[in-house]
Design a protein around this ligand. Structure first.
Ligand code: AMP
Length: 469
């Protein structure tokens, strides 16, 4: 199938060709024709599947078609203000009236969607997309809204502020997208989302994208859509078949830190993301890695938006080799050179595991995701395996074997060595490639309650974290 056969406008096809896209992804093939036909959509697909284009291309197509049939445009609020001033009149305040709203759980994802929109709409004049995000200064956001953008990409919290102070009027809204809806609900945004939707016309087209359409998401989806087409993508992107996964068992915190340092010396690493459960750990580990000679930086919700953007730019430019991040901050990062993801702490929710490992293996490349797991967290690994329907092989690095006995961490070793074996092993040399071959599938069984568990899970308030950043 080609983009032409999906019925997209010539200017959009040209932008896609310029972006190097040769054919639609599975989710795009299924979603775009239905969305162009005006259907509401409920789409279960993962990040990395090409979902942004799946909702943005049909929306841009709608605006291109409308512009072709009614090319005359009114003045923007900015132009109206200038015209009023020129006539010596007091300018009248007018709220922005977007035609499309995309709600995302985090600022990073919102910025990524806005960037993708600019790319896909590069051949369309008169289409402006702006991000409205927590952490951005209000005067700057007022300037952006004064341009009366057709497309708003926003996190729910800050959008509510502008909506309730009358800066945005959704009465002209034609398209509403909820991107990563399951994450927004996990983060406690349900009330904000419902309040925003209540201000939009019932005639709007609604497209909801989510890793799952079950539970709370399914309930909300049924309330806010009309006769939706349901699209479930269970392709390789959602199973992350291009990403190898490993578990390394550790005895305690010191073992975990030494093992991480060693694994980061793998010469096949181009760039890596290390996920931690807490912001404090992200800072501490980034500092420690810098001292150890890695070009590392932290990314978490307590950082100002400017600092977060600078860190992400350095990551994209390859200046930061190791990003140490919390879940909230890392959602939506799309940097193809990320070859490795490390779970320093396991995520609290199995869905977050899927999002985390999806930071690698982008744009058709391969990736490796390694989880450093305390023996007492073996059941947590099982939960992740049940969710992903994949067994994660256990691996061991020579010289860094766990000493504690844990039935769940018993890899098959060619030389007969077992965790708990008292024979000491020589430490691996720095820089030496130490990955052993992928281990045999992990056996059933829980750990023995080893020590040194750093908490392994997100404990903050997701919604307030996302608002604060
Ligand atoms: P998304 O799931 O929207 O975050 O997209 C994941 C990555 O795939 C992004 O880097 C996109 O630029 C890229 N992408 C999306 N659609 C296509 C396509 N049809 N061909 C090639 N790359 C694509």
């Amino acid at each position: 199938m080609t983009f032409e056969s999906l019925g997209l406008h010539a200017s959009i096809i040209k932008a896609l060709t310029d972006a190097g896209y040769t054919k639609p992804t599975t989710v795009q093939e299924q979603a775009i024709p239905a969305a162009i036909a005006g259907r509401d959509l409920l789409v279960s697909s993962q990040t990395g599947s090409g979902k942004t284009a799946a909702f943005m291309l049909p929306a841009l197509n709608r605006f291109a078609a409308a512009a072709a049939s009614a090319p005359a445009q009114g003045k923007t609020p900015n132009q109206q203000t200038q015209a009023a001033r020129a006539k010596g009149e007091r300018p009248r305040f007018r709220p922005a009236q977007p035609k499309m709203l995309v709600l995302t759980p985090t600022r990073e994802l919102a910025l990524q969607v806005t960037t993708a929109t600019e790319k896909y709409g590069s051949g369309m004049r008169n289409i402006k997309a702006v991000s409205i995000l927590g952490g951005m200064p209000y005067p700057k956001q007022m300037q952006l809204l004064a341009r009366n953008p057709e497309i708003l990409v926003a996190t729910p919290g800050r959008l509510i502020d502008h909506m309730e102070s009358g800066k945005i009027d959704f009465s002209e809204l034609e398209v509403l997208v909820l991107d990563e809806a399951d994450r927004m609900l996990d983060m406690g945004f349900i009330d904000d989302i419902e309040r925003i939707i209540a201000k939009t016309p019932a005639t709007r087209q609604t497209m909801l994208f989510s890793a799952t359409l079950d539970g709370m998401v399914g309930n909300m989806a049924r309330r806010i859509t009309t006769d939706p087409m349901v699209i479930q993508i269970a392709g390789s992107a959602s199973k992350h078949e291009n990403i190898q996964q490993r578990v390394h068992f550790v005895d305690d915190l010191s073992h975990k830190n030494r093992l991480l340092d060693q694994l980061l010396r793998d010469v096949s690493i181009d760039q890596a993301v290390v996920f931690t459960a807490t912001k404090r750990d992200a800072d501490t580990i980034a500092d420690r890695l810098n001292i150890a000679g890695f070009a590392a930086a932290a990314l978490h919700g307590d950082m100002h938006q400017g600092a977060r953007n600078r860190t992400l730019d350095s990551l994209r430019r390859g200046q930061v080799k190791v990003l140490v991040a919390t879940d909230v901050a890392a959602r939506g990062i799309d940097v193809p050179a990320i070859t490795h993801v490390f779970n320093y702490d396991l995520p609290k929710f199995p869905e977050d595991y899927v999002h985390r490992i999806g930071r690698t293996g982008r744009a058709g490349r391969n990736g490796l995701a390694i989880s450093l797991v305390n023996h007492s967290e073996a059941m947590h690994v099982k939960r992740i395996e049940r969710f992903t329907k994949q067994v994660i092989p256990v691996d061991v690095v020579e010289g860094f074997e766990p000493k504690k006995t844990a039935s769940a961490s018993r890899p098959s070793r060619p030389n007969g060595w077992r965790p708990g074996d008292s024979r000491s092993r020589p430490p691996a040399k720095p820089g030496q490639r130490t990955f052993s071959k992928p281990g045999a599938p992990r056996k059933e069984g829980s750990g023995n309650g080893g020590t040194g568990n750093t908490g392994g899970g997100y404990k903050g308030n997701r919604a307030s974290d996302a608002r604060r950043g």
